[in-house]
Each structure stands twice: as structure tokens, then as C-alpha cells.
Design a binder for this molecule. Sequence first.
Ligand code: MBD
Ligand code: FE
Length: 306
Amino acid sequence: MMHDDIDALVKCFIVDAAKGVRNERVQEVVVRLTGDLFKAIEDLDLQPGEIWKGLEYLAQAGATREIGLLAAGLGLERFIDIRSDEAEARAGLTGGTPRTIEGPLYVAGAPESVGFARLDDESEPEAAEALFIQGTVYGADGRPLPNAKVEVWHANTRGNYSHFDKTQSPFNLRRSILTDDSGRYSLRSIMPVGYGCPPEGTTQQLLNLLGRHGQRPAHIHFFVSAASHRKLTTQINIDGDRYLWDDFAFASREGLVPAIRRVDAPEELARRGVTTPFASIDFDFRLYGETAGAPPAEVERERASA
Ligand code: MBD
Ligand code: FE
């Protein structure tokens, strides 16, 4: 069938068949996506069994709650970010901390504190290197922002996230820190290890067929928000990870790989209240001001909460 014939057919099925009140945006999107799908079926000569296989795959990915993981692995989430970067650049917003993808593993409702938080529940004292992160949140005028909210979450030494990994305590490695009067935040946690897609899951199943791995480099997620500013969604990477520039979710970016300082001086250990050498990272955040010309920075999507 020719593409023009497919367009006519889709119009018949979706537009002409409409008798009730329609949502114009939904109709526009469905007409486009259905038409593109039908054309792909025609061009690739997809067989009925292949088409059902695809639908069954999506159903399975949904049923096992891996749609968010699939979006990351296909680069869809990264693509959304690239478009958001372009929209911000068009609105004249440059020079802020780079965004990178949220991923599917945020959980709302983490414990909140002012200035400092310890993220780990002390359940991995042997395996884990202590990690301290500290910095300042800067606003649109370049000045430190007191009372900014730094939401932070990351994996444990097995690459697993609390809530989704039921062996961890609630909100382990998840906190919400408000910056102090100087716009500063600081935290103590443990060095994370990179996440890997569940080996038997739907996402890894597809990645295998594509000859791809499903590994992320070690990373730490942040939401940074403040009154009159655009919410920033980003991550920092742990330098030296073998997957640093080979992330299955394509989230590594220049500017998000801070230097790690390894500290073993006895007086420093004593000052931090630790008995073994630790890692320290300085990382500042630079937010954009609220901007009429840019699409909303707050993304609506289904998120876990506890
Ligand atoms: C993660 O930890 C993550 O950040 C992403 C994007 C996908 C899967 C697991
Ligand atoms: Fe993650």
C-alpha cells in the first residue's frame, strides 16, 4: 500500500469515525502515530506474528513495570532532555548546571532536613566507602540561594535502589535537604555502584537482541528546586567508572563528572567522624530563573511515593 493510501485509511478509521466530542490534541497524536506505525508495517513488511509480538512485548513491559526503564534504554528519555535543552537555549537560558534524565527510580516523600543529611542507614559498613558531598545552590542572579530544596537519591553498593529493592530500609539513600542561610547543602552517604537492568526483564531482553548491555555507570540523582526558579533534574557521575561514557541510558554529560577527593588525613577523618579513609565531592548547582518563554521545567509523570 502507498503511504498516501495509508493516510487516507487512518483518516477514515480515526477522524471520520469520530461521532462524539474529541480531544483535538489526542486525535492529532494518534493519527500521526498510527499512520507512522502502519507505514513502518508496510515498509518493513512486518508479519502478523511480529506485530503481535511487539504488542505483547509492550504489555509485558507494562505489567512488569519496566516502561520507564525501556524509555531510558531506548534513549527516549535522553531525547526528551535534548529537546528541553534546545527549548531553554531558544529562551536564552545558558550557563546553568546541565540537566540529565530523572530515570524511573525516584520516590517522593523522603525525610527532609536543613543544611545536612546522612543518607545511608549504616547497613553496609564493611562494603561501603563513606562519601561526603557538599556545595552551594546558586540562583539566577548568581547569588547563593538559601532554602533551596536538594532532593537526592542513589543506589547502594549492589546498584539497587531502596523501595524497589525491598531488602533495604525505607528511604535508604534518599533525602531532601534544604540549603542553609548561605545556600549550602552537605551530605554523608556511601559510594554507589552502577545499576544494571534486571537480567531476566523485558528491557534487557530487548537490549540483548540489539547487542547492547544494560549497565549504568555509578551516579547520584538530584532534583534542585527553589522559589522563582526552574526545577533542575540532574545527576552526577562517579569518575573512573568503566561505564562512565558507555551508559545504557545515555545520561553522562560534560559538567556532571566532578573530581573525587580521597581523604585519609587523621584530623580530617576525626573532623568528619569516620574511622576509615573517605571520598569527598564538591558540587554546586546553578539554577535558571523562572522564564515565561520556556516550557515548564516541572515534568509531570507517575512517580512512586512512600
Ligand atoms: C537507574 O538508576 C537510572 O538512573 C536510570 C535512568 C535507569 C535505570 C536505573
Ligand atoms: Fe539511577
